[in-house]
Design a protein around this ligand. Structure first.
Ligand code: HAM
Length: 435
């Protein structure tokens, strides 16, 4: 019997977990500034929820669901599955709470693991983390733009190079025309299309544009933006105008159709260079018909989800990792009490401090301080206590000075504030600048 982790699943230990934590903390703070409230929904839902939203013919529902329990009827519709994405569960919760009728305009964020049975590779896992935002009751273009501005605020804070690719898929009025045009185009090019596209053509022709094999061929395929009705065109123009005003770096990608079925009008992906093949670090769009399709009132919806793991791949673990500002080294019993007290004062000043075990000698403790990457070691011996002094050792420069105990916290705080240590909570950030 093997007791190792499952393929595509990961243990995130120490710095790896920390990177995700930094992103989540930053994203939560941004959501908070946009007056977006948290929602926590179950990780286990009925299969039917995803069949009716993500799409029966989507890869996610057809091939990637983790079925945890089969229903007794055996129809499959009531099977319990691990959530592959957050949107359907949030919409279900919103309808089930009666908010679609009592108080339709809502803004939520969620954060947590999602599960898809995909072929694992760098940036693609079977358990991965999303940070998502969903707005309800906002049919206007400025809601779509605000969502992208939120992601852009995170991009600026984390100092990343990202591009927003946007498209409009039209609505219930104009999309059927586009779908028909694609269907006709696909039938005319049938001999040149790959086997998968033969299936896509009849079941869900929009997916033709998703094909990774027929990329060149589909360049000549019809584009949704050429089929937009006047209202959808005006909506799309307005989104673009607002993005330009907010200086969000974006371009139109007419091939962007998304792998989930519920989108209408705005669809977008946020891509990063330099994280490998899985370059989409966030994605989203408008889903105006979804609340109604899941049994609720006709309320508009729009949202996004960030792939937190992929965003973490784009971050520099040194810059965003966390190292202790100082370790405390006590030599002797009364020094131990003084060191514990001093470490409390240092934490109160916002420093990251670790008191080391008193059971080893100075040499071993300094080795330990170096190994965990501490910036300073504060060494307290019996002799120093009687004089109100401590030894302050700069572990990067390998220099050591005796300083008054009363001044050591301030000295360290002044030095670590001016050097980059981490973008976690409590760290100091440059104000955002436009690129
Ligand atoms: P999605 O494009 O399926 O959209 O996923 C959003 C993001 O999650 C992707 O851009 C990617 O960064 C990350 N992601 C997806 N699959 C994996 C994986 N196997 N491993 C690692 N990261 C992954 C949605 O899920 C929609 N619910 C987004 C949305 C919210 N639309 C409207 N509201």
């Amino acid at each position: 019997m093997q007791l190792t982790k499952l393929r595509g699943f990961r243990d995130l230990i120490g710095p790896d977990a920390r990177l995700l934590g930094v992103i989540e903390a930053r994203a939560r703070a941004i959501a908070d500034r946009h007056n977006v409230a948290e929602v926590r929904v179950p990780a286990l839902e009925r299969l039917n929820l995803y069949a009716r939203s993500t799409g029966e013919t989507s890869d996610i529902v057809e091939k990637q669901l983790y079925v945890v329990q089969r229903s007794s009827e055996g129809s499959g519709a009531d099977d319990q599955v691990l959530r592959p994405e957050g949107t359907p569960g949030v919409v279900r919760a919103y309808i089930e709470a009666g908010l679609d009728r009592s108080d339709p305009e809502q803004r939520y964020f969620y954060c947590g693991p999602m599960f898809r049975y995909e072929r694992p590779q760098k940036g693609r896992y079977r358990e991965f983390y999303q940070f998502g935002v969903e707005f309800f009751g906002r049919p206007d273009a400025s809601a779509d733009a605000e969502l992208m501005v939120m992601i852009d605020e995170l991009r600026r804070e984390l100092d990343l190079e990202l591009n927003f690719e946007i498209n409009s898929l039209g609505d219930g009025r104009c999309r059927p025309l586009f779908r028909q045009a694609l269907l006709e185009w696909g039938r005319a090019h049938l001999p040149e299309l790959c086997q998968d596209c033969h299936q896509r053509l009849e079941r869900n022709p929009l997916r033709l544009l998703d094909c990774k094999i027929d990329v060149k061929l589909t360049e000549s395929a019809p584009k949704s933006i050429d089929y937009l009705c006047d209202e959808c065109q005006a909506h799309f123009d307005s989104v673009r105008e607002l993005l330009a005003d907010a200086q969000v770096p974006h371009s139109i990608n007419p091939r962007l159709v998304r792998g989930l079925d519920y989108y209408s009008r705005t669809a977008f992906e946020v891509v990063s260079t330099g994280v490998g093949a899985q370059s989409a670090i966030a994605a989203g769009g408008r889903y105006d018909g979804l609340v109604e399709a899941l049994g609720g009132a006709p309320v508009a919806g729009t949202g996004f989800a960030i792939g937190v793991d992929r965003l973490a791949l784009a971050l520099d673990p040194i810059k965003f990792g966390v190292l202790p500002d100082a370790v405390l080294i006590a030599l002797g019993n009364s020094a131990l009490r003084a060191a514990m007290q001093l470490s409390g004062e240092m934490r109160a000043a916002g420093l990251r401090v670790e008191p080391l075990s008193p059971e080893r000698g100075l040499k071993a403790l300094l080795r330990r301080a170096g190994k965990i990457g501490a910036r300073y070691a504060v060494i307290i011996g019996e002799d120093e206590i009687s004089r109100g002094m401590v030894q302050l050792r700069d572990l990067r420069q390998s220099t050591q000075h005796e300083v008054p105990r009363a001044e050591v916290t301030e000295r360290i705080a002044a030095n670590v504030a001016s050097s980059p240590r981490s973008l976690g909570e409590g760290a100091h950030l440059e104000p955002p600048t436009n690129r």
